[in-house]
Design a protein around this ligand. Structure first.
Ligand code: PMV
Length: 309
């Protein structure tokens, strides 16, 4: 008997980095998924179609999640884990969070633990901490709950209802990156300029609340303006780079309302908000310039799990 769980990946619409320091961040689950299968085995083993070999460092946190859950719920950690990804890793799209959420969910299903979202999140954070060092929790929260979420550490996540479906354009800059180094870079700025930094935390927090309101009211032009503002702040903070800035400029010159880096930066992806009639042409324009771009329709559902014989 196998337990299987599927979780969406995500984009951060506004507030990345500042959310680690207490700001509201706005994130959306997107229809690119991670599927995790678990079954009993003679030892712990993990395999993924995204990484070669079972000893890849990106796979180590999976063992930590299995061990912690096995201890807490008294089951055997001897399981075979298979991870299937239809989202690129290291692209700022939350593949690690999605994997941890799906793993915790699959283990809950396998052992009929009936864990709720809060417990799934608590367990997936063990793995996220292994990957990021100091995660805010925004990534696993949106991967578990799905939809669009306004998130702040220590507050209950707020679901943002959308009047209708919307599309965000997601473009890969061509360069992968690690989150941990980027988080440390921001912590250094905070240490050097604590007063200035706390002002930025407040303004970006307000940007996220305004962005949630614009999206809920389908004011995509207004949302785009906020994306541009947020990208400028992230760029000044030093987490953007030449290729992300060029990608943002390309998207704007093709007619997007707004564009910004999404996730930790330093590489990874850019999201754009575009007028409905221009989404196709902007997507093909960005693809033609070598930036792999897809249209992500939101909202999408959160993690789900099932048994299969
Ligand atoms: O790892 P990413 O690219 O999904 O970035 C996560 C967002 C950060 O704010 C940089 C970190 C966090 O845990 O909130």
């Amino acid at each position: 008997m196998k337990a299987i769980a599927e979780a969406p990946s995500k984009v951060i619409i506004t507030g990345e980095h500042f959310v680690v320091h207490g700001a509201w961040g706005l994130a959306a689950a997107i229809p690119r998924t991670i599927t995790v299968e678990v079954e009993e085995h003679q030892s712990f083993a993990v395999r993924s179609d995204a990484y070669r070999g079972s000893r890849h460092p990106a796979l180590r946190p999976l063992g930590e999640v299995v061990e912690a859950m096995a201890r807490e719920y008294s089951f055997s950690p001897k399981v075979r884990v298979f991870v299937r990804a239809n989202v690129r890793g290291g692209a700022g799209l939350g593949s690690s969070a999605s994997t941890m959420v799906a793993l915790a969910s699959a283990l809950s299903r396998m052992h009929s633990l009936g864990l709720g979202v809060e417990e799934i999140l608590r367990h997936s954070m063990v793995g996220e901490a292994g990957v990021h060092g100091r995660p805010s929790g925004i990534d696993p929260t949106v991967c578990a709950l799905g939809g669009v979420i306004l998130f702040r550490p220590g507050s209950a996540p707020r679901r943002i209802g959308l009047g209708r479906t919307h599309s965000l354009l997601v473009s890969f800059s061509g360069k992968t990156r690690g989150t941990r180094g980027q988080i440390n870079r921001v912590a250094e700025v905070k240490e050097r300029y604590p007063g200035l930094f706390s002002g930025l935390v407040e303004s970006v927090s307000a940007v996220s609340e305004m962005a949630a309101d614009r999206l809920a009211r389908s004011d995509m032009k207004g949302l785009g303006e906020l994306l541009n503002f947020n990208h400028a702040v992230l760029s000044n903070l030093g987490v953007s780079n030449g290729s992300l800035d060029r990608l943002v400029d390309a998207s704007l010159s093709l007619g997007s309302y707004g564009a910004k880096l999404t996730g930790a930066g330093g590489g990874g992806s850019v999201i754009s908000v575009a007028p409905e009639g221009k989404q196709k042409s902007i997507t093909s324009g960005l693809n033609a310039r070598g930036y792999e771009t897809f249209r992500a329709e939101i909202p999408v559902r959160g993690v789900r799990s099932w048994l299969e014989s």
